[in-house]
Write a protein that binds this ligand. Structure first.
Ligand SMILES: [Zn+2]
Length: 315
C-alpha cells in the first residue's frame, strides 16, 4: 500500500498538478475559456492557488482542473490521484469505507470519488471481440441480493437476506476473448433472446464460441465459425481446448470482490462495478499494462468524460 502511494504526484499537490498538466496539455497549457494557447502565463504570486494560469487573450484565469470533475471537488488533487492509483491497482477493488480511511476523506466523499473513477473506467468504444482463429468464451453468473442489502449482525461480511423476502439474484453475462479482453453486461433477465443479442452484437462472426451446455446459447449455433460446448452437468470441464475456464476465472475475481468489498452495492450501481472489473482485466499486466499506465488510462477517462459532458451541456 505505502509503496503504491509513495510517488511524488500522490503525496504533493503541486506535483499532482504538474502530473495532470503533462497529460492533459502535452503541448502546453490551453485556455479552457477561449481556446487560446499563445499568451498564457503561470501565476506566481504567494497568494495564488496552485496551478493557476492567466490567459492574456481573454484575461481569464484557469487551472488544469477547469472542465473536469476535479473542478467541483474540494479534495486536493493528489488525494484524487491516490484514489485512482488504489482503485486501478487493486485486484478486488476498494470499498468506500476503506477508501475513506486511507484517503482521510468522509465516507460520502469516498463514495462520490470512487463512482466518478468507475465512470472513467467505462469503455464504450470497444470493437467487437474475437476474430478468425480466436476463441470467445461466454457465460452467465448470478450475484446474490443486491438492492436493500444490509450487513448481518450474525454473519459478518455476508449480505443480509430477510427470511420472508427471497433474495433477487442479479444476472451478469460476460464475454471473454481468450488472451484478450472481457465485456460484461448486467441483464434484467438472462433469457435466450437477451443472451443471443449480446453474443451477436459483441463478437465477430469468424470467432469460435465456447459455452457450457446451457440452452441459453442454442440460438448462437450457425452464426459463428463454431459453437462448442462443455457439459458441466456430466462432469466435463474441458475437451481439447474447449472450455470456459477463462470466463469462470473472471467471474471468480468479480464475485470475491463483490462479496468481500462491495456487498452493499445497489442494483442500479452494478454496471459501474462491472465497468471497474472489466477495466482492470482489460488493462492487465499480461496485456502489457503496468499499474502506472493503468492509472493514467483511468485518469484520461475522468478528464475526458467530464469535458464531453460540458460541451454537450453548453451546445
Ligand atoms: Zn483565454
Amino acid at each position: 500500500m505505502s509503496n503504491t502511494l509513495s510517488a511524488a504526484h500522490l503525496q504533493n499537490e503541486e506535483a499532482a498538478y504538474a502530473y495532470l498538466e503533462a497529460r492533459v496539455w502535452p503541448e502546453g497549457p490551453v485556455c479552457p475559456h477561449c481556446g487560446g494557447v499563445e499568451r498564457i502565463s503561470k501565476m506566481q504570486g504567494k497568494s495564488t492557488r496552485i496551478g493557476t494560469y492567466k490567459c492574456y487573450q481573454c484575461r481569464k484565469q484557469f487551472t488544469v482542473k477547469v472542465g473536469t470533475v476535479f473542478e467541483s471537488s474540494h479534495v486536493p488533487l493528489n488525494v484524487w490521484l491516490q484514489a485512482v492509483a488504489l482503485l486501478t491497482s487493486s485486484k478486488k477493488g476498494f470499498s468506500s469505507n476503506q477508501l475513506s480511511r486511507i484517503l482521510g476523506v468522509t465516507l460520502k466523499t469516498a463514495w462520490f470519488m470512487s463512482h466518478r473513477i468507475r465512470e472513467a473506467m467505462r469503455d464504450d468504444v470497444l470493437p467487437p471481440l474475437g476474430g478468425a482463429g480466436k476463441v470467445v468464451e461466454a457465460d452467465e453468473t448470478y450475484i446474490g441480493r443486491m438492492a436493500n442489502s444490509e450487513p448481518s449482525p450474525q454473519r459478518k461480511g455476508r449480505p443480509y437476506v430477510h427470511p420472508n423476502r427471497p433474495a433477487r439474484r442479479r444476472a451478469v453475462v460476460s464475454l471473454v476473448e481468450r488472451g484478450g479482453k472481457v465485456r460484461s453486461f448486467h441483464v434484467e433477465n438472462a433469457d435466450k433472446a437477451t443472451v443471443t443479442n449480446i453474443v451477436n452484437e459483441n463478437i465477430r462472426r469468424e470467432s469460435r464460441i465456447h459455452t457450457d451446455e446451457s440452452r441459453l446459447y442454442n440460438d448462437v449455433k450457425g452464426t459463428f465459425a463454431a459453437h462448442e460446448t462443455v457439459h458441466h452437468s456430466s462432469g466435463e470441464y474441458a475437451r481439447g481446448d474447449v472450455n470456459t475456464n477463462t470466463v469462470e476465472g473472471f467471474f471468480s475475481v468479480f464475485k470475491r470482490g463483490m462479496i468481500g468489498v462491495y456487498q452493499h452495492c445497489a442494483e442500479k450501481n452494478l454496471h459501474r462495478y462491472l465497468s471497474e472489473f472489466d477495466f482492470r482485466y482489460n488493462n492487465r499486466v499480461k496485456l502489457g499494462v503496468n499499474d502506472a499506465m493503468r492509472a493514467d488510462i483511468a485518469l484520461q477517462g475522468i478528464v475526458g468524460k467530464r469535458l464531453t459532458y460540458r460541451t454537450t451541456a453548453r451546445g
